[in-house]
Design a protein around this ligand. Sequence first.
Ligand code: ZN
Length: 413
Amino acid sequence: MSRTLHCAPVVVPVEGEPVRDGAVLADGDRIVAVGPRSEIDANGARVRDWPGVLLPGLVNAHTHLQYTDFADLATSGLPFALWIRTLTERRRAFGDAQWRESARRGVHEALRTGTTCVADVVTDAAVLPVLARSGLAGTAYVEVVGVVSARWPEVRARLAATLDAASSSVGVSPHALYSLGTDAARGAVALARERGLRLHPHLAETRDEGEYVTSGTGPFADFTRSIDMMFELLDGGSGRHPVDEADALGWLGPDAHVAHGVHVDAAGRATLRERGTAVALCVRSNAVLGAGDAPVAAYLAEGSPVAIGTDSRASSPSLDMIEEVRAVRELTVSQGFPPNGLSRRLVEAATIGGAYALGLADAGRLAPGGRADLAVFDVPTEGDPYDALVAHGAGRCVATVLGGRIVHRRVAS
Ligand SMILES: [Zn+2]
C-alpha cells in the first residue's frame, strides 16, 4: 500500500494539542507522521484534502453489533426486565445467517459514523468471522449468559473451543451478575485469565440489579425463576453491592472494563478506580431502558477511567459515537460539571479512554507507529474543535480510514 497524506483544516491527535492546517502521513496501515502540513515530508505521497476536523477513529467501548436488526426494541418503551425478556424470546427466532447479516449492518453503521475500534459483545459465535473480516480494531468479547452452575462444565468446554478457534482478538464477557450461577461467574473469569484475555461484564446497570444482587428479590428474581434459572443469588442474595460482588468474583482489574456503571456510589467508584477498571458509559441506552443516570460528573471529578459506548441498537437510537458523546455531555452538565473543557474530556473518553478500557496501546490517538485509523467530521473549524465535534459532528462523518484504507466517504450535506 502506498503512502497517503491526509490533510484537514484541524487535526486533533487527542494526545497533544489540535493542529491547524494539519496532516497525518500514513504508510500502509500505520501512521508515520502527524503535525502541521507544512512540516511533513510527504514526497510522493497521495494527498487527500478533507474538510473539517480529522481525529483518530472513535472507540465504541460497549456495543452488541449482532443486535443491529433489533432496533425496534429501542423504541418499544419496555421497562428493563420486560425488555430483556423480550430480547431473550426474539433471539430464539434468529439463526446464524441472520446474526451475521445483522452484525454486518452494525459494522457498516459504525464505520459510517467514524468508529474504527469496538468492544463488541458476541452472544452467538457465528458473528466472529464478520468482525474479523471487518478490519475493525478492538476485541470481540464472547458472552457467557444464562448459565447455572451445573451447566458450567459443558459451557466452559464450548467457550474454550470458541476462544481457541478465533482468528482475531477475543475476550470474555461474563454477561451480568443476575444471569450467571456462581461457578459460571467465577469460571468465565478464570478461563479468560488463563489465556491472558480481557474481560467485559455489564455492571450496576439498573436499580433492580442492585436489589437482586444484594437481597435476591425483585423483578430479576421473578424473571430468572420464570425461566427456571435457579441461580445461587436467588437464595437471599449476596448482601453486597454489585460492585463489591463483582470484585469478590474477580471480575474487576486493569484487564477488565465494565459497561454502564449507573448505580455506583462513591465507595463503588473508588473500588473501580483502585482496580484500574474503566467504565463504558452508555447514557442513551440507560435513558431508553429507564435504567437511570450514570454519575458521570462524579466519575470525571474523581479521575475514574471512563470510556463511552453506544450499547446495541436494541436499546440505543444509533451507533453514532458523537451522538452518544453529545448525550453524555448534556447529562454531565446537568449534573453540575463545569462545561469548560468538558467536550475535550469526553472526546478523550471516546478515543484514548476507550483504548485504555480495551488495553490497546495503538488505538484512540494519532501518533507515529499507531494504526492509521482516522475519522473526519465536516464541522465548523473556527473556535474549539472539541466543542465543534460534539455539537455538530453527529451524522457528519465524511470519511473513515481503517488500517490506512478509506472505508467510508461521503460528500457533506
Ligand atoms: Zn450491553
